[in-house]
Design a protein around this ligand. Sequence first.
Ligand code: SAH
Length: 220
Amino acid sequence: MRRELKTGIGMTSARTRERLLKRLRDSGIRDSGVLDAIRQVPRHLFVEEALASRAYEDIALPIGHGQTISQPYVVALMTQALCAGERLRRVLEIGTGCGYQTAVLACIADEVFTVERIASLYRQTRNRLFDLRYRNVQFLHGDGFAGWTDHAPYDGILATAAAETVPEPLLEQIGVGGRVVMPVGQDSTQRLVIVQRTAEGYERREIESVKFVRLMSGTS
Ligand code: SAH
């Protein structure tokens, strides 16, 4: 791939990626499926070329439109919380962004459905994941506050932007036994929330403080 050649060997080397993997393991990521997915997905191809040399550092990076690609640790933590050691069949992601989290999900789930409200990001990322041969992902340009009813119920729903509460349509579109993982709260005080749907109702717990961009209404 042309872009891969241009970014050079050093930053994409197995050694650089293994360093990131070690850091994630040291930070408490234990799920081998999640660690394998992070090992496989070429994060340097999801950011601008100028930032590619920093792609395997455990940091968030800008992806344009005032949005960011999440820190690998947070991607791993959310993915681990979503699958809880089980293979997922259908997953819904709200906030496609550059598609890095989408690609990680595509490695651990049979089918991924992803919704993005910014048209240019939606198009760019759909093309990127097609070029990278992720064939089990379907894309929607839409408002993720509404979820994506056509393919519900989902085994897992993951949102990569924060809201003040978990939107009701997402709770409705999760299957029994499945869970929603998303950042909830105000700008400075978000918590990563896991809502598990049971036969009786919903169980909610919080795992960590995080900082995400806001989930915005409507499309652009
Ligand atoms: N997982 C992405 C994170 C991108 S930041 C990545 O790794 O690149 C959050 C994304 O959510 C942005 O692309 C933003 O445009 C999108 N977003 C915000 N509100 C949304 C909404 N209501 N519906 C769909 N996408 C939304």
